[in-house]
Ligand binder design. Structure first.
Ligand code: HEM
Length: 500
């Protein structure tokens, strides 16, 4: 009885907080740890609700902003599926003084980071890290993408093969992305990891750094939700996760220790330094534990890369256009060295379109420090006041499926992204806090993709002889959900056939 009274009180308080804006009334907020763990079902929206209801969310996309008010766990929160609303608020983030709610970032696992800090602290760290994203790191990245591609072919045993069937392409591309980010971004000595299928196959005494990062990346939510004593239980799978976490954090600390002694002044604005080195320099004046999580960065990239290969396997005509573009680009300059989307507009469009369908981040959270007016177009043109102290989630999954912004959202159409301005690539956020690594991610992914497509034809692996490409798309590409902290397409198997 008391629980019911408390729930009704919590609900009424929440409704008042969001000014009674229409939306969903639920038991658990989908952004709390509990709300994320409990799957999407009739009584819980769950973290995957935006995907599960992608055709009908936001009252069939007739509302730009809705409210989600929980009766038991979590705060009443505004959610938006409108890119225009996102640009109005995030585009003016400096002026509007939006704050990242710490409980909705990975603050608990990583400590304070550039991605979770707000206000002056964020400005200071962004200024400090900015010079790390300079021309020489991009050049190293493009060279390394070719090198990592060759290591991939060799280590995965594809060198002399004419045809390879890969049961889960994400397992392979995530290694390539991690190795490249680790080497180029963080100066970590990363080797291509052994071909492990699951945590169970790994000998706890022989976990490599790359494996440690892969395992940690897929267990971030567990690390937030599960108490430390649980990892001491004699369960091999659980112990491997613990070993992986300890290894990853101790290796990162080692690099930080080494780099702390490096001669880099905090206010040094000149180009240079690994990303981690820059952050360490920035944190010297603070507690010294300001980290960027390499795992998360690699996870977002590999999920989009997996989706790109999955779509190209289905849409052979789009793949052929990308292949021709790559061949011409290679013959023009003799090597694969893609610097800008305009170098290979179609291939880049394939990557951005996969990034639209699976935008990697579910929600970008912000708290409002003042009453903030925002103009909406739906249900009618009006100005809504988001009250001081409330929260808004920029719901990237619904935004990517919003037919008002992307007509026929379920269709894979790379041409949507021809000549689109960098600031309109919503999958990287918007405004002053837009992803600092977007050029890095673009070059890394598109160069690796170009190497693969230049030598291999990618095709689907049908379940039965008569499975059509359309049926394959529904079976494989419509299964998506949380992967660690990211949103990702599920298991995608592809067949690679040597072109030459
Ligand atoms: C395809 C891959 C990637 C995607 C889709 C992606 C997406 C995003 C998004 C949406 C944000 C905005 C978060 C917000 O406003 O709350 C963001 C921020 C950030 N990203 Fe990325 N990212 C990717 C790769 C990378 C890489 C490779 C790096 C670094 C090498 C990186 C570093 C960061 C950092 C440091 C921030 C925080 C920026 C700030 O708050 O000022 N990201 N990313």
């Amino acid at each position: 009885m008391t629980a019911v009274v408390l729930a009704v009180y919590h609900l009424l308080k929440g409704l008042k907080k969001v000014n009674y804006l229409p939306g969903y009334r639920v038991i658990l907020s989908p952004v709390t740890v509990l709300g994320r763990i409990v799957p999407t079902c009739f009584w819980n929206l769950g973290v995957n609700w935006a995907w599960a209801h992608r055709d009908t969310a936001y009252f069939n996309f007739t509302h730009d902003i809705i409210s989600i008010v929980p009766a038991m766990f979590g705060e009443a929160t505004f959610f938006t599926c409108s890119f225009d609303v996102m640009k109005q608020l995030l585009g003016n983030e400096h002026k509007l003084q939006l704050v990242k709610p710490l409980d909705l970032t990975l603050h608990r696992v990583w400590g304070q980071s550039l991605a979770s800090a707000s206000g002056e602290l964020w400005r200071k760290h962004r200024r400090a890290i900015n010079p790390a994203f300079h021309s020489s790191i991009y050049k190293a990245l493009r060279v390394e993408s070719g090198q990592v591609y060759r290591e991939m072919i060799e280590n995965e045993g594809w060198t002399d093969q004419k045809e390879v069937i890969i049961p889960n392409i994400k397992n392979v591309v995530s290694k390539a992305i991690l190795v490249t980010v680790g080497r180029c971004g963080f100066g970590l000595l990363m080797k291509w990891p052994r071909n492990t299928r699951s945590n169970i196959d790994i000998d706890p005494n022989q976990v490599s750094l790359t494996e440690a990062i892969v395992i940690s990346a897929s267990n971030v939510i567990a690390k937030v939700a599960i108490p430390n004593w649980f990892y001491k239980l004699p369960i091999k799978k659980v112990q491997i996760v613990n070993i992986a976490w300890n290894m990853f954090t101790s290796e990162t600390r080692k690099v930080i220790r080494d780099q702390k002694t490096a001669d880099l002044k905090y206010d040094d604005e000149s180009e240079g330094g690994y990303i981690l080195r820059r952050l360490v320099a920035a944190s010297k004046e603070d507690s010294g534990k300001y980290l960027l999580d390499e795992q998360e960065m690699a996870q977002t990239s590999s999920s989009i890369l997996t989706a790109t290969l999955g779509f190209l396997a289905i849409y052979q005509d789009e793949q052929e256009t990308a292949y021709k573009e790559i061949s011409e680009f290679v013959s023009k300059n003799g090597k694969i060295d893609i610097k800008e989307p305009s170098d290979t507009p179609h291939l880049s469009g394939c990557f951005f379109e996969a990034g639209r369908r699976y935008p990697a981040g579910f929600f970008l959270p912000r708290s409002l420090t003042e009453d903030t007016p925002v103009k909406v177009k739906r249900p009618t043109e009006q100005t809504i006041i988001l009250p001081k102290g409330s929260r808004i989630m920029f719901d990237l999954v619904s935004l990517s499926n919003n037919p008002n912004d992307f007509p026929d959202p379920h269709i894979f159409r790379p041409s949507r992204w021809y000549n689109v301005s960098d600031t309109d690539l919503f999958m990287f956020g918007a405004g002053p806090r837009m992803c600092i690594g977007r050029k890095f991610a673009f070059m890394q992914n598109v160069n690796l993709l170009a190497h693969i497509l230049n030598e291999w034809k990618v095709d689907i692996v049908p379940e039965t002889e008569d499975e059509t490409r359309e049926a394959y798309e529904k079976r494989v590409m419509y299964v998506a959900g949380p992967d660690g902290t990211s949103f990702s397409v599920g298991r995608v198997s592809v067949k690679l056939s040597k072109r030459i």
